[in-house]
Design a protein around this ligand. Structure first.
Ligand code: NAD
Length: 499
C-alpha cells in the first residue's frame, strides 16, 4: 500500500485499519469463532492491505443459520414485493452514493484501474439491483394454468437460503449479478467472496445495514475455498447454490450440492474467440480486441483470447494490434493514467508467465512475448506485459484458459474453417464475430457453440440479455436475464378439481 503517494479516502483508510475487518453475520460484525485472520494484499506492490477475519466451517454454519432465521422470521420473504423493491432501490442509491469508496477498495484489492472500478464495476451493481427490483415488481407470482376440469395455477415463492461462492476478478460486480435476483425474489443469502478480494463485498454489508434490509438477509463470510467455500457448498441448510469460478472447483461444488440435492448454477471459465472477417475496418477492430484482452488485465472469463483473422487481413491486423498493445500503459490501479493494472496475485502472475513459456516452447511465434513488467515506485507488484502469440491451434495457449492479457492468433480462409477452429474448445462461454455482412456474422455466431455470441463488439452485457455458459463454461441458467429471477423462485402447482 502506498498511502503517501495516493490520496486514500478517509472512509477507506478507516475500513482498512480495522484489525481485523470482521465478517457480517445476522446483522452483526463478528470475528471468526476461532479468532483466525488472514491478510489480503495490494497486488500493485505486494504489500499487506488489510487483515480480515477468516471464516471456517463454524462461521459458515452460523451464517447459514442466520440466513435461515431471517428467511422465516424477518419478514423479508413475505413482505409485498414492492416493499422489497423499495429497499433494494435504497441499497442501489447507497452504492451510487458510496461509489468512490467502493471503487477505491476494489482498485486496491484487485489491482484494477480506479477509473474502471468507478465507471464500470460499481455503477453496474446499482443498475443490477434496480433492474431486478423492478422486474420482481412486474413478475406474476401466480400464473393460471388452463386445463379442463380443474382450476390450476403455478405459484412462485422464494427458495430460502441462497449461497454464493464468488471469484476475485469482479468481486463487487458479481455480487450484483448474483445477489440482486436472489434478493429481489425474497431469498436470504450467504456469500463467500474470494480470499484474494474480500474487501468491497464486506464494505457492501455496511450499505445493506444502512438501507434497512433486515438483519440476516445478507451474510458475508470471507475465508479460503477449501475451508469456508467447501463448508458452504456442503452445508445441508442451503436451498440454492450459485458458484462462479474455475471448472475444477465448480465440479467439486456441484458434487457437494448433488449430495444434498441442492440446485446449483455454475458460471465457469472460458476460452473466448473473436472471428474477424476481411471486410472490417482493421484498425478499429484491432483496437477493440486489444482493449478487450487487456481489460481487467485479461482476467475476464469471456474475454477474446483466440483471435481468428481472415488470411487476407492477417498481416495488417497483427501489425495494428501489436502497435496498439504496446501503447497500453501498465501501472498502479490508483494512478490516473493506468490503462492496465497488475494481475491479482503472485500465483496468477506465475500462471500467466508459465503459459507464455510453455506456449513458446511448443512452437508459438511471439509477435509480442509478454513477460514480467516493472512499474517504478511499485516494486513487488504483480505486473505482466500483454502478449500476442501466433501459431497452430494445438498449442497450449490456444487451448487452455490463461486468464491474463494474452491473445493467440490464428488464420482462417473461410467461415467453415473459422467455425471448426472455434468449436475445438471444450469451453462454451462467449465469442464475437466481426463483419460488415450482418447475415453472415449472425450465421457464424449461431454456429459457434457457446452461451453467448456477440457481433461487432466484445464483452457486451446489457441487463435483460441472459449471460450463461455451456460445456466446460457452466450450467444451470446463467445470470443477467429475466429468467434468472425465476431461477430464485420455487415453482409450485396448485390444483383444485372443478365439480
Ligand atoms: P476458483 O475456482 O479458484 O475460485 C472461485 C471461488 O471458489 C473462490 O471464492 C474460492 O475461494 C472458492 N473455492 C476454491 N476452492 C474451493 C473448494 N474446494 N470448495 C468451495 N469453494 C472453493 O476461481 P478463481 O481463480 O477465483 O476465478 C477464476 C475463474 O473464474 C476463471 O476460470 C474464470 O473464467 C471464472 N469466472 C467465470 C465467470 C463467469 O461468469 N462465467 C466470471 C468470473 C470468473
Amino acid at each position: 500500500m502506498a498511502p503517501d503517494l495516493y490520496q486514500f479516502l478517509p472512509e477507506v483508510h478507516a475500513f482498512l485499519s480495522q484489525s481485523p475487518v470482521r465478517m457480517f453475520i445476522g446483522g452483526r460484525w463478528v470475528e471468526a469463532v476461532n479468532g483466525g485472520t488472514f491478510e489480503t494484499l495490494d497486488p500493485g506492490d505486494g504489500s499487506p492491505l488489510a487483515r480480515v477475519a477468516e471464516g471456517q466451517a463454524e462461521d459458515i454454519d452460523r451464517a447459514v443459520r442466520a440466513a435461515r432465521e431471517a428467511f422465516t422470521r424477518s419478514g423479508w420473504a413475505t413482505m409485498p414485493v414492492k416493499e422489497r423493491a423499495v429497499l433494494l432501490h435504497r441499497l442501489a442509491d447507497l452504492v451510487e452514493k458510496n461509489c468512490a469508496v467502493l471503487a477505491q477498495l476494489e482498485s486496491l484489492d484487485v489491482g484494477k484501474p480506479l477509473s474502471a472500478a468507478a465507471t464500470v464495476d460499481i455503477p453496474n451493481v446499482a443498475q443490477t439491483l434496480r433492474w431486478y427490483a423492478d422486474l420482481a415488481v412486474h413478475t406474476r407470482l401466480r400464473e393460471p394454468i388452463p386445463v379442463a376440469h380443474y382450476e390450476a395455477y403455478q405459484a412462485r415463492t422464494p427458495y430460502g437460503v441462497a449461497a454464493f461462492i464468488l471469484p476475485w476478478n469482479f468481486p463487487m460486480l458479481l455480487v450484483g449479478w448474483n445477489l440482486a435476483p436472489a434478493l429481489a425474489a425474497g431469498n436470504t443469502v450467504v456469500v463467500k467472496p474470494a480470499e484474494d478480494t474480500p474487501l468491497s463485498t464486506l464494505y457492501f454489508c455496511k450499505l445493506v445495514e444502512q438501507a434497512g434490509i433486515p438483519a440476516g438477509v445478507v451474510n458475508v463470510v470471507p475465508g479460503f475455498g477449501e475451508e469456508a467455500g467447501d463448508a458452504l457448498a456442503e452445508h445441508p441448510g442451503i436451498n440454492r447454490m450459485g458458484f462462479t469460478g474455475s471448472p475444477e472447483v465448480g465440479r467439486k461444488v456441484a458434487a457437494a450440492c448433488g449430495e444434498n440435492l441442492v440446485p446449483v448454477k455454475l458460471e465457469l471459465g472460458g476460452k473466448g474467440a473473436a472471428v474477424v472477417f476481411d471486410d472490417v475496418d482493421v484498425e478499429e477492430v484491432a483496437t477493440k480486441l486489444v482493449e478487450a484482452v487487456t481489460f481487467n488485465t485479461g482476467q475476464v472469463c469471456c474475454t477474446a483470447t483466440r483471435w481468428l483473422l481472415h488470411e487476407r487481413i492477417y498481416d495488417a491486423f497483427v501489425e495494428a494490434a501489436a502497435e496498439k498493445m504496446q501503447s497500453i500503459r501498465i501501472g498502479y490501479g490508483l494512478s490516473a493514467d493506468t490503462m492496465m493494472g497488475p494481475v491479482v496475485s503472485d500465483k496468477q502472475r506465475q500462471r500467466v508467465l508459465g503459459y507464455l513459456e510453455r506456449g513458446q516452447r511448443q512452437g508459438a511465434h511471439a509477435v509480442l512475448p509478454g513477460g514480467p513488467a516493472e512499474v517504478p515506485g511499485h516494486e513487488g507488484g504483480f505486473y505482466v506485459k500483454p502478449a500476442l502469440l501466433a501459431g497452430n491451434p494445438d498449442n497450449v495457449c490456444a487451448r487452455e484458459e490463461i486468464f491474463g492479457p494474452v491473445a493467440y492468433l490464428m488464420k482462417f480462409a473461410d467461415a467453415d474453417e473459422a467455425i471448426e477452429l472455434v468449436n475445438r474448445s471444450p469451453y462454451g462461454l462467449a465469442n464475437s464475430v466481426w463483419s460488415m455482412q450482418i447475415d453472415r456474422a449472425q450465421r457464424v455466431a449461431e454456429a459457434l457453440v457457446a452461451g453467448n455470441g456477440w457481433i461487432n463488439g466484445h464483452n457486451l452485457f446489457p441487463h435483460g440479455v441472459p449471460y450463461a455458459g455451456c460445456n466446460l463454461s457452466g450450467m444451470g441458467g446463467g445470470v443477467l436475464g429475466p429468467d434468472t429471477l425465476l431461477d430464485y423462485l420455487r415453482p409450485q402447482s396448485i390444483v383444485r378439481p372443478l365439480e
